[in-house]
Design a protein around this ligand. Structure first.
Ligand code: ATP
Length: 266
């Protein structure tokens, strides 16, 4: 396992509220890692502190061995950190292909911002090739020329994933990527996420409330509660952990149904 994202002693405070306290964790560069926990546990605050959109009160964030703690969100993105948001944020009047291509064009825009308007022929060819590859991996080739604003939520979520995969970011933070999807769409999203990440070689850190999805895609999970990491290990171990069950359910009894932590077929 090579280290992708490494967080040490991370603390996030909003005035008198401590949202994240002294968190240590590591996300491998080539697999999918989950971040789960009850509402208000500090997951978004941790993500935002990694991305640089929230200032950490203490601690460090390293990306592929480089300390990125003191640089802003744009430079963290340039260093290879991508992210998606809880709410889908696509360019609604652009087509699926154009949205995904924009993800790749950021690679050139870093050093030549005007390349978005006057790309070199070699850049245009590369963008078209990467876009076509990602559209194929994400099962979007058939709707590539549709306008994003007219798509279903499930299709829009997939386009957002495709745009992130087309970007040069080697580490992706996905914030509740399956939110708003039907159960059929979640199943499809799960297999596409796993296959695309495997084929394209990215590190992924995902916040997700759907435990079936987490169990299916994540090699490892971190469980956050009241700003602290209370567990790290496989999802199967998390399901058996008394401390995890207690934080979600207020009970150590295994086998309770209708809970957020229940995994179908587990
Ligand atoms: N901008 C803010 N100002 C003040 N308090 C905040 C702010 N953002 C989050 N908090 C508080 O920090 C704590 C952690 O919130 P955070 O949103 O990080 O948790 P979360 O695990 O992402 O929750 P959810 O699953 O509901 O999205 C909560 O007590 C929340 O009320």
């Amino acid at each position: 396992m090579s280290a992708g994202l490494v967080v040490r002693g991370l603390t996030v405070r909003y005035g008198g509220i401590t949202a994240v306290e002294d968190v240590d964790l590591g996300v491998p560069a080539d697999s999918i890692t989950g971040l789960i926990g009850p509402n208000g546990a500090g997951k978004s605050s941790l993500f935002n502190a990694c991305a640089g959109t929230v200032r950490a009160s203490a601690g460090t964030v390293e990306l592929f061995g480089r300390d990125i703690s003191r640089i802003g969100p744009a430079r963290r993105a340039q260093a290879g950190l991508g992210r998606t948001f809880q709410r889908v944020q696509l360019f609604r009047t652009l087509t699926v292909r154009e949205n995904v291509a924009l993800g790749h064009e950021t690679a050139y825009a870093r050093s030549r911002p005007w390349s978005l308007f006057h790309a070199l022929p070699s850049e245009r060819r590369k963008t078209a090739a990467v876009t076509a590859e990602v559209l194929e991996h994400c099962g979007l080739t058939g709707i590539a020329d549709k306008v994003a604003g007219g798509l279903s939520t499930g299709e829009q979520r997939m386009v957002e994933l495709a745009r992130a995969l087309a970007s040069p970011a080697r580490m992706l933070l996905l914030d509740e990527p399956s939110s708003g999807l039907s159960s059929d769409e979640r199943g499809r999203f799960t297999s596409i996420l796993t296959e695309a990440v495997e084929a394209m070689g990215r590190g992924v850190f995902v916040v997700e409330h759907d435990m079936d999805l987490v169990a299916a895609v994540c090699q490892r999970v971190y469980v956050l509660n009241f700003g602290h990491v209370i567990f790290s290990g496989s999802m199967a171990e998390a399901l058996r952990s008394d401390v995890v069950r207690q934080s979600y359910l207020g009970t150590t009894e295994a086998g309770a149904s209708d809970t957020e932590l229940e995994v179908t077929g587990a």
